[in-house]
Write a protein that binds this ligand. Structure first.
Ligand code: AMP
Length: 419
């Protein structure tokens, strides 16, 4: 098939049934997040490339090979957002949100773009729901944020959910730990995967992510960051855990939890689902206390997460696709223009009154129009003819003349109320 007749590799069309399912995710997330004081934000689909380079990290897969970067007509380097946290912190700084009561709590539903190897659950354009609380270091922010994602996944029926949790400490404790880890990796360099060896200087932490057998063995005896945190980080992490314990949210401490973005500090977490295959991450996030400064803004702590809509739907219990509703189908009962116009206007009047209504739009015979009404599962069919309007109740089959368009609308409204 010609490329012009196919969506690009790794992308997909959201067809109407899928769209209806995705709306259920949006509705649950919005309800849960807005009840906790989060308000929706939207940022542009592309940003100055530096927004991601400075924050996500030069050594990460995202920056090294997954960004869709383009030079625009004015010679600027722009990048389709591979994630939304950095753009939101950019917006927080740009709009002076530090003047508002802190933390500023924002949520989003946005498309993201990554040039990844396409497979089930991994796409080149995908949608994330996310929440960011910016402007407070309080560990209660971390615990609340994690609980909110847990609540969303639970409400949506995501199966086999596990929560992994860790702390990455502050940049200072991480820098000291990095040296220890680098020394360990160098001591066992000959057993490491090529790409891990290449990244000993740039990003030794990513060695924990490797699937390579030799590397995995070496990592079993590697020093762990969790054992090398500052006292303040230890206390922060203990408070987060105590709040999660008090909330009876189960989790596992995973000292090897490494996320694919460099900006995280202190708390990091990930929800996985056993219902997913290799791409088991449903959502995750953490604290990013250095991100604002990396962008060139005032130091501002922040905490947030993102969850992929497609992964949530893949991992959730099957649910019925919500059916479109048609309460009134308006059939044209004659050949003349006046009947067609009257039918057209009746449908519009019904919709203005809040009745889901459709009018015949394809020149079908009256028999064909009734078939169409049945396909739409219309509750009523109005037949607009030269001699007036008849209304048929499709549930009991009764049909009678109705004096005016308003009377049709009133009857249908009454019918909706009664059923
Ligand atoms: P990340 O920003 O990489 O931490 O990803 C957060 C969430 O976004 C993941 O847990 C997934 O649910 C989703 N996600 C990330 N990358 C992709 C992708 N390429 N395709 C589909 N969903 C993704």
């Amino acid at each position: 098939m010609s490329d012009a007749l196919q969506a690009p590799r790794g992308t997909f069309d959201v067809l109407p049934e899928q769209s209806a399912l995705r709306l259920t995710v949006e509705v649950s997330a919005r309800k849960i997040l807005e009840a906790a004081g989060y308000r929706r934000i939207e940022t542009p689909a592309f940003e100055d490339t530096d927004v991601f380079r400075r924050t996500v990290g030069e050594s990460t897969d995202i920056v090294q090979k997954e960004m869709y970067t383009l030079i625009d007509g004015g010679g600027r380097s722009l990048t389709l957002r591979p994630e939304v946290t950095a753009p939101i912190v950019r917006a927080y700084a740009e709009h002076g949100m530090h003047k508002l009561a802190q933390p500023v709590k924002l949520w989003y539903l946005s498309s993201c773009f990554r040039y990844e190897r396409a497979q089930a659950g991994r796409y080149r354009q995908f949608w994330q729901i996310g929440a960011e609380a910016i402007g407070s270091e309080d560990p209660a922010v971390d615990a609340e944020s994690i609980l909110l994602l847990a609540a969303i996944l639970e409400e949506l029926g995501v199966r086999g959910v596990r929560l992994r949790l860790a702390s990455l400490g502050t940049p200072a404790s991480r820098a000291r730990y990095r040296e220890l880890l680098q020394a360990h990796l160098r001591a066992h360099e000959d057993r490491l995967a090529h790409d891990v060896r290449e990244r000993i200087d740039l990003n030794p932490l990513r060695a924990f992510d490797s699937d390579h057998a030799g590397t995995r063995e070496v990592m079993q005896t590697a020093p762990l960051l969790l054992d090398h945190l500052d006292a303040a980080d230890v206390e922060h992490f203990a408070t987060v855990r105590a709040l999660l314990d008090a909330s009876e949210l189960g989790y596992e401490i995973d000292p090897t939890l490494v996320r694919g973005l460099d900006y995280y500090t202190r708390t990091v977490f990930e929800f996985t689902s056993e219902a997913l295959g290799a791409q088991s991450g449903v959502g995750g996030g953490g604290r990013y206390d250095g991100l604002a400064e990396q962008l060139g803004a005032h130091a501002t702590p922040g905490m947030g997460w993102a969850a992929g809509i497609e992964r949530i739907l893949l991992a959730a219990e099957e649910r019925p696709v919500p059916e479109p509703v048609c309460d009134l189908f308006v059939a044209v009962g004659g050949d003349g223009a006046p009947e067609r116009t009257a039918a057209f206007l009746l449908a519009a009047q019904a919709r203005r009154a809040g009745v889901p209504a459709q009018v015949e739009l394809a020149g079908r015979s009256l028999k064909g129009q009734f078939k169409q009404a049945a396909r739409l599962r219309a509750r009523y069919v109005a037949i607009v003819g030269a001699d007036g309007i008849e209304l048929k109740d499709m549930e009991n089959g009764e049909q009678s003349a109705v004096p005016s368009p308003s009377a049709v609308v009133a009857t249908v409204l009454r019918g909706r109320f009664e059923t």
